[in-house]
Write a protein that binds this ligand. Structure first.
Ligand code: SF4
Ligand code: SF4
Length: 270
């Protein structure tokens, strides 16, 4: 088992899996049927013993509810993190109007998340097939999200974006998304395994290194949840998402801070 095997298997899966396309039976409009949700993923790998996982327990990171890899899986050796970028079609649709999520973005957020879960399970299965153990923290029964935990408004036992940062996938933006080589508009997933994989390493030292503080995401946010001086107001963002649930149930979403911004498709130039 090596990194390349996982990257190749995942790329093939993303290209052919029918769930990576909007099904005619659930499409919010007939012309959406068959539209692809995600492009091929990019990957980051870290040693499960990387001291930065322990650092995530600091209150200014995820908090002490964060469970490092070896608490999820005895004998954990590696963490595999991936970023699935939304296709241009999904991103373009959400940049046409900055007050409501586009229908395609709603599909990307909900059906896209279901597909992401399938991809993590597919990777875990590939690892098990070759004799290794694997755990998907976000789908594990121990996974838990917290509100107002020890002074933190929102936190959880495993944070995909923080884990992606440790695995070398990118750095945070002002909007609190993670800016990767394939941009900020997409979704993250991860798997912990007993397979010893080659760590990617981090090309950065600061948590906001890739963000230019250009303010485009501030301008795009329909509820003023992002501010150049004070950062992101997670409560304002979450309250807006709650409104979209009421309107578009069972779907929801926004993502205006991820489209029509210099970090949409890559690391912005300083
Ligand atoms: S839009 Fe500009 S300020 Fe906002 S996260 Fe991207 S680079 Fe940073
Ligand atoms: S997801 Fe929407 S509401 Fe939340 S910060 Fe981004 S633009 Fe604002």
């Amino acid at each position: 088992m090596n990194n390349e095997f996982i990257i190749t298997a995942a790329a093939e899966y993303v290209d052919v899996a029918p769930e990576n396309r909007i099904g005619a039976d659930i499409a919010l409009s007939p012309e959406f049927a068959g539209i692809r949700i995600f492009d091929r993923p990019i990957f980051g790998f870290a040693s499960a013993m990387d001291p930065m996982f322990e650092d995530l327990r600091r209150p200014e990171a995820v908090g002490d509810c964060f469970m490092p890899p070896n608490e999820w899986l005895d004998g954990a050796k590696s963490v595999i993190s991936f970023f699935l970028p939304f296709t241009e079609e999904i991103k373009r649709s959400n940049a046409l109007d900055f007050s409501e999520p586009s229908a395609l973005w709603l599909h990307g957020r909900i059906e896209g998340h279901a597909f992401l879960n399938n991809l993590t399970l597919f990777i875990a299965e590939k690892l098990r097939d070759t004799g290794f153990e694997a755990v998907v923290p976000s789908l594990d029964k121990r996974f838990k999200m917290f509100r107002n935990y020890n002074g933190l408004e929102f936190t959880s036992r495993w944070s995909e974006r923080h884990v992606a940062y440790v695995c070398g996938l990118g750095t945070f933006g002002l909007s609190k998304g993670l800016i990767t080589e394939k941009g900020i508009a997409g979704r993250f997933g991860s798997v912990i395994t007993t397979a010893a994989l080659e760590p990617t390493g981090r090309k950065y030292t600061g948590i906001y290194e890739y963000c230019t503080m250009c303010g485009s995401c501030v301008h795009n946010c329909p509820v003023g949840a992002i501010c150049l001086e004070t950062g992101k107001d997670h409560k304002k963002c979450s309250d807006f998402l709650d409104i979209t649930v009421e309107k578009y149930r069972p779907r929801y979403g926004c993502g205006k801070c991820q489209v029509k911004v210099p970090c949409q498709n890559g690391i912005p130039k300083k």
